[in-house]
Structure formats: structure tokens, C-alpha cells
Design a protein around this ligand. Structure first.
Ligand code: FES
Length: 174
């Protein structure tokens, strides 16, 4: 590894194809809350306040396997006014909810803070700020690129993964 940024150990660990908890989100997976009073419960759109903040989540297989074996599977879910969304974001939303990778594209910290003033998602490590209305585009900070989005659909009233992530996951490497 050269003079660049070292990959966090949990990001360096390769996913094991034989362990369903380490697989990246699969079409048909549900989303479950990572924390809070509804921890581990399947997320329905009405569980999320309109306009933010974001919540952290993990995918869960239809037969109940939580895919938390890889931290690259950490997700952001946020419910937004559909009139405020860019065409790409709207196309990947379901019931006004959008999902992104929660792993910052700078050095891989969780994007776990919210700017109420800007209505943006913020990485608390070095301040990279992402616009949830415009495909998680970077608007401030050292991150090199947007957060990948995860297309969603609605199935029987719950949020379901419609397709895989839009781009490579994780922080930059050397
Ligand atoms: S790891 Fe997120 S801004 Fe540096």
C-alpha cells in the first residue's frame, strides 16, 4: 500500500460468498433498523419522518438473515418530499424513501450525522456532506465521490431492495 489512505480493517475483509450475512444487498431483501426503539424491525415508509433525518439500516434476507457480516452493507434510509428529488433519486425511490450506502467514500466512516440547517447527510469524521435529494452528491468535504445508491421498491407495504448498489462501496484506497 502506498502513501495514500489505509483501508479500515473492516473494509479490507473480503465478503465470503458462502455466508449470507456477508452478501451485499440482494433483490427482495427487506431493510431493518440498526438502532432505536424499532431496532431490527422491518422498515415501513411511515416509520420515517418526512424530510429527514436519515436512519441507519441493514438489509435482511426474506428468510430473516441479517446481512451485517460486512460493514459495507451499512445503509442510510431517508424519506423525502418527492417534488424535491432529482430524476435519478426519484427513479430509485419507493414511497418517497431513498437508500444509500452509509459508508463514506473518503475513509469509510459511517455517514451518521445530519445537518438540520442544510438538510444534508454528514460524515462526522472529516465533514464530508452529501445531498440526499440529488443522488447523495458530495457538496462539501474531502470525499472523492457520491455515496452509491440502492434502488428500492415497495412490496406489501414494506421497503424492499430492487437491485444492487449503483457503484463501488467504501472509502478510497491507496
Ligand atoms: S471518512 Fe468521511 S469525511 Fe473522512
Amino acid at each position: 500500500m502506498g502513501a495514500g489512505v489505509a483501508l479500515a480493517p473492516w473494509l479490507a475483509r473480503p465478503a465470503r460468498a458462502d455466508d449470507p450475512s456477508e452478501l451485499h444487498p440482494q433483490p427482495g431483501d427487506r431493510l431493518v433498523f440498526l438502532t432505536g426503539p424499532k431496532k431490527r424491525q422491518i422498515i415501513k415508509p411511515d416509520d420515517l419522518p418526512l424530510g429527514g433525518p436519515q436512519f441507519q439500516a441493514y438489509p435482511q434476507s426474506p428468510d430473516g438473515v441479517l446481512r451485517d457480516g460486512s460493514r459495507l452493507n451499512l445503509l442510510i434510509v431517508i424519506r423525502l418530499d418527492p417534488a424535491s428529488l432529482s430524476p435519478t433519486t426519484l427513479a430509485n425511490a419507493a414511497a418517497d424513501v431513498v437508500a444509500y450506502s452509509a459508508v463514506c467514500t473518503h475513509q469509510g466512516c459511517p455517514v451518521n450525522a445530519w445537518s438540520e440547517e442544510q438538510k444534508m447527510m454528514v460524515c462526522s469524521c472529516h465533514g464530508s456532506t452529501y445531498d440526499p435529494r440529488d443522488d447523495a452528491k458530495l457538496v462539501f468535504g474531502p470525499a472523492p465521490r457520491s455515496l452509491p445508491h440502492l434502488p428500492l421498491k415497495l412490496d406489501a407495504g414494506v421497503l424492499v431492495v430492487a437491485a444492487g448498489f449503483s457503484a463501488r462501496l467504501g472509502g478510497e484506497t491507496a
